[in-house]
Write a protein that binds this ligand. Sequence first.
Ligand SMILES: [Zn+2]
Length: 242
Amino acid sequence: MARPVEVAPGVFHLPLGILGQVSNGYIWISDEGPVVIDAGPPGAGTTIIDALTALDYRSQDVVALLVTHGDFDHVGGLAALKQACDAPVVAAEGEVALIEGRVPHQTRLRQPSAVGRVLGLLAGAAIRVIGAPDPVTVDVVLTPVSDTSPGGLRPIPTPGHTAGHTSYLALQAGILFAGDALRNQGGLSTPPRMATEDMAEARRSIKQLAMLSFGVACFGHGSPITQNADEKIRRLAETLPG
Ligand SMILES: [Zn+2]
């Protein structure tokens, strides 16, 4: 892979595509070394390792593999990455069963609404074509009171899209890795209703994020915001009910 785009100092954006869908991963160069945030769909592990190489890092330099949530388009490359990097996999309690393969990905994709069920079937078909993510042991299980993760980022519980969804804040640098707590496709918005477990909770999480201070925000889907990101999220939060 060519050198990935540096969207803010030390933040590299990795658009990891599958079947026309893009799910973003990121490399953040922390004081401790490179941290990978989310690992894209199955097959993305080698792309991320190639990106590290393009940045003149060895995979063994990686200090942490942070997971925002266990959806298949965010943990697909995790097993290959862990094997290459030998770095701890970090995720919240609520996501562990999915990541460790004790709950099938198809279950998470089966949503209560009719549209959600159709989407679930399509996603299930995609998994049959590309394969489900290989299970990975979570080494550092975050709880709601965890205030730091390997790599020095602060985990922010942002449930809603999934029960254990977690965002990560690089406090000093002012960078938020929001995962699917929000998306920035055709404008900043909530995660899609049909793929979200609890919309009211998702809105509360956005309001929580809106209370924090950061200049840059990176999303699982859509372009990063590189200036005044907190202000933009605050403006969205003010429009949300609840
Ligand atoms: Zn996603």
